[in-house]
Design a protein around this ligand. Structure first.
Ligand SMILES: NC(=O)c1ccc[n+]([C@@H]2O[C@H](COP(=O)([O-])OP(=O)(O)OC[C@H]3O[C@@H](n4cnc5c(N)ncnc54)[C@H](OP(=O)(O)O)[C@@H]3O)[C@@H](O)[C@H]2O)c1
Length: 386
């Protein structure tokens, strides 16, 4: 039985992971589950999956979680705060850790899991965007593999499986759905509900807004540069509205390999959980007779300036990626809370990127310091843009 810990169990990736795990009762057992504030949902997941440990990130909710589990007669132990999240990430009984916390908040537990030698299933792209070199060092030191959950990077991982070395790769092609506003030209008055109404995927609110601005694709270009050791000029983005091709690799001989499937995160999650074996994910088969045509177009950097900002950050070096991510998190949070216009998200990020030029981080502490400084500047910019 493979012990699996899920950091961010109450989210969209957490739910999909637990769905796949439930299909293989003899193969996986849940060791720990974590959440930040959704304490009732976490307690319900504990009742269903009976982990050894449940962690609520917000320490004020620890006693509520304890009471809920006691009422349910659960034997699950309870912890909270950063110490609890770090404990969950390193549990001795866990073979695999699914890093599915949203945002840079997932960085410390993700690093801890990698260092502890857990097989790391990485959904938390912000962690690798902020601390790519440190995370890859931690994975090497821990000695267990990192498997990408993000559907694009998962597709590339699958396409590269047969390659003797990445030297034969000409370029990576990340596909982007284009999000809910692919054909929209006037972004005045965009609401959080509209921005979160993704045409193909059901995801948490932060990544949904990132998909609407195309910042998600920008973060993924940075993620791909770390995961596959590729320079920016060998990572292309193409808009593919059907989200059937999840990404592609072009090799030196001109061959292009693509990974296809229905848009369902259970597919990449099952690939990672079962690797190197293939296990059932529960996803529907692709019906080619009903699919019709597949479309492709170039991303529009004028309507979606966030993608260009991510390129700018990647060119400027690792510290700029931290600034990009932090200012984006602040701007998206403000947009979701109704404190910032959709069109001002890129303005806030651009302003903070232009005003900060910190040195490349050499430690986790320096990553956190750059992140905190950028968040302060972004908060000030949000107030000005209101
Ligand atoms: N959803 C997708 O299809 C998808 C696809 C590819 C990659 N990803 C990546 O996977 C990650 C998770 O995405 P998601 O869509 O699953 O997000 P989500 O639905 O918003 O879930 C986020 C999870 O993280 C927890 N969390 C939030 N803030 C936290 C904090 N400060 N400390 C500790 N835990 C915290 C949440 O707990 P509460 O529920 O208590 O708030 C929840 O369990 C993101 O990095 C995203 O980019 C997602």
């Amino acid at each position: 039985m493979q012990g699996v810990t899920i950091l961010g169990a109450t989210g969209s990736i957490g739910a999909s992971t637990l769905d796949v795990i439930s299909r293989h009762p003899g193969r996986f057992r849940v060791t720990a589950l974590t959440a930040q504030t959704r304490v009732k949902e976490l307690a319900a997941l504990c009742a269903a999956h009976r982990p050894e440990l449940a962690v609520i990130g917000n320490p004020d909710l620890e006693s509520t979680l304890r009471d809920l589990l006691k009422q349910a007669g659960s034997a699950t132990r309870v912890a909270s705060g950063t110490a609890g999240l770090l404990e969950a990430a390193q549990m001795p009984g866990a073979h695999t850790v699914v890093a599915a916390i949203v945002g840079a908040a997932g960085l410390l537990p993700t690093l801890a899991a990698a260092r502890a030698g857990k097989r790391l299933l990485l959904a938390n792209k912000e962690a690798i965007v902020c601390a790519g070199a440190l995370l890859l060092d931690a994975v090497r030191a821990g000695g267990a593999p990192l498997l990408p959950v993000d559907s694009e990077h998962n597709a590339i991982h699958q396409c590269l499986a047969g390659a003797a070395s990445h030297a034969g790769v000409r370029r990576l092609v990340l596909t982007a759905s284009g999000g809910p506003f692919r054909q929209r030209t006037d972004f005045t008055g965009v609401t959080p509900e509209e921005a979160c109404a993704h045409p193909n995927w059901r995801m948490g609110p932060k990544i949904s807004v990132d998909s609407a601005t195309l910042m998600n694709k920008g973060l993924e270009v940075i993620e791909a540069s770390w995961l596959f050791g590729m320079a920016r000029d060998r990572i292309d983005v193409v808009v593919h509205p059907q989200s059937v091709i999840h990404s592609m690799v072009e090799f030196g001989d001109g061959s292009v390999l693509a990974q296809l499937g229905t848009p369902d995160m259970r597919t990449p999650i099952a690939y990672c959980l079962g690797f190197p074996e293939r296990i059932d994910s529960g996803s529907a088969s692709l019906d080619f007779t009903r699919l019709g045509a597949l479309h492709f177009e170039a991303p529009d950097l004028e309507r979606f300036p966030c993608l260009g900002l991510a390129y700018r950050a990647l060119d400027a070096g690792p510290a700029a990626s931290i600034v990009l991510n932090a200012s984006n998190e602040v701007a998206v949070e403000a947009f979701l809370a109704g404190r910032l216009r959709f069109t001002a998200i890129a303005g806030v990020i651009s302003e903070v990127l232009g005003s900060e030029s910190p040195a490349a981080p050499t430690s986790v502490d320096s990553v956190l310091a750059i992140d905190a400084a950028a968040r302060r500047r972004a908060q000030q910019a949000v107030v000005r843009y209101q």
